[in-house]
Design a protein around this ligand. Structure first.
Ligand code: GLA
Length: 392
């Protein structure tokens, strides 16, 4: 849907008015490498996507915030004077959580607004549709109120909305990437300090191909929390030897080799090893990108998947089948799962001359192996949250 059609839908829903309409957009994200590192204080390398959530917003005369979407069922009217009501268990919890966080920061909204969202990120695929709703809401409301729109602060408050209001214990990576992405760049983010560097992502004739396994991601939250717990246990055991250690990802692979026996549980030791080695892989991948060595970058992607499969154990049959099928195809430099795991999407780098053949072949074999029909997205790197200013 283009901007004009969306504005038309907005006016059909909320009526015509002389007040100014503004349109904002926040992308989804794909993580290129550095998985399950954000909550371990390590490096991640996500990139913003070219699809995301667009929001049309207009001021009202009362103190109602009206929330609706073109692609998600459920609508809500909440009042500023009633502290936006409580949780509903619906998608509207994302924007409401953001408003609650803005309030806590002393940014109480001074007026009501009508909001219409349109998302073109597949929901539940692990491409951060929820982070993109949160970030676009924060950015749009702060802009409408004439406040500062610092995108690092927006990422932080959006993460708090997700953790505290929605109740999902995610790290900072998704909101950060959605808020701070830059076209044709990957973001090297140090999750401990939130210092970051935009790394040109020049892949020449190689394309990012995202594949949705379309596996229902039922266990994601509980397994995600289980992994976080295992990392906490590894850290506690290591701290007995190294009290100054604050995050697992602070350990170098060499330090880990000498200290690993202090982790008595074999499973927990494997989780920690993934964290330490994956962190080093992110740095090596960035080096490869800077040297234009895409072959090496592809190899690191493959190694990352293996580590998530055998050490961290967050892949599962569908993600493994998809990645194996990509890796088999000529023209593919590398492939790995992306996001939390247990379903969701994979990301691969595929030569443009092969994309059509590769997606056909992978689709066919993946379906034969799993009984599921996958979806493919050939995607460029898009822009972080912004106002859509081009004329109607
Ligand atoms: C999910 C979480 C992120 C991150 C990834 C794993 O996407 O929202 O914070 O932990 O999983 O890398």
């Amino acid at each position: 849907m283009n901007k004009q059609q969306l504005v038309q839908q907005f006016e059909e829903k909320y009526g015509d008015s002389k007040r100014q309409l503004r349109v904002f957009n926040a992308p989804g994200r794909v993580n290129l490498i550095g998985e399950h590192l954000d909550y371990n204080g390590g490096y991640v390398l996500p990139a913003a996507l070219e699809f995301g959530t667009t929001l049309v917003i207009r001021e009202r005369d009362d103190d109602v915030i009206s929330l609706a979407s073109t692609n998600l069922p459920h609508e809500a009217d909440v009042r500023i004077s009633e502290n936006f009501g409580g949780k509903s268990g619906q998608w509207t919890d994302y924007p409401v959580g953001v408003m609650v966080e803005l309030d806590k920061l002393g940014c109480r909204l001074t007026k009501g607004y009508d909001l219409l969202y349109h998302g073109d990120i597949p929901n539940g695929a692990g491409l951060s549709s929820s982070a993109s709703i949160e970030v676009v809401t924060a950015y749009a409301l702060l802009s409408m109120e004439g406040r500062d729109t610092d995108t690092v602060e927006i990422a932080k408050l959006s993460q708090r909305a997700e953790n505290q209001f929605v109740g999902v214990n995610s790290g900072i990576m998704d909101q950060f990437a959605v808020a701070n992405g830059r076209k044709d760049h990957a973001i090297l983010l140090m999750c401990d300090t939130l210092r970051y560097e935009l790394v040109p992502f020049q892949t020449g004739r190689y394309k990012i191909v995202i594949a949705n396994t379309n596996k229902r991601r039922g266990l994601v939250d509980s397994k995600y929390n289980e992994r976080r717990g295992e990392c906490d246990r590894a850290l506690e055991m290591l701290q007995k030897e190294l009290p100054a250690l604050q995050f697992l990802a602070q350990l170098t692979p060499e330090q880990f080799a000498t200290l690993q026996d202090s982790i008595t549980d074999e499973t927990v030791r494997r989780r920690a090893r993934h964290v330490v080695e994956e962190n080093q892989r992110v740095l090596d991948s960035v080096e490869a990108l800077k040297n234009n060595d895409l072959d090496a970058f592809g190899r690191y992607m493959n190694q990352s998947h293996d580590s998530l499969r055998y050490l961290y154990e967050v892949t599962g049959d569908e993600l493994d089948a998809m990645v194996e099928e990509f890796q088999r195809e000529p023209g593919t430099l590398g492939a790995r799962m992306t996001g939390a795991g247990f379903g969701g999407c994979t990301v691969a780098l595929v030569h443009e001359d092969h994309v059509e053949k590769v997606t056909q072949e992978v689709g066919k074999h993946y379906e034969a192996r799993t009984g599921l029909k996958p979806d493919f997205y050939v995607c460029g790197v898009g822009q972080g949250v912004h106002e859509v200013k081009e004329a109607l």
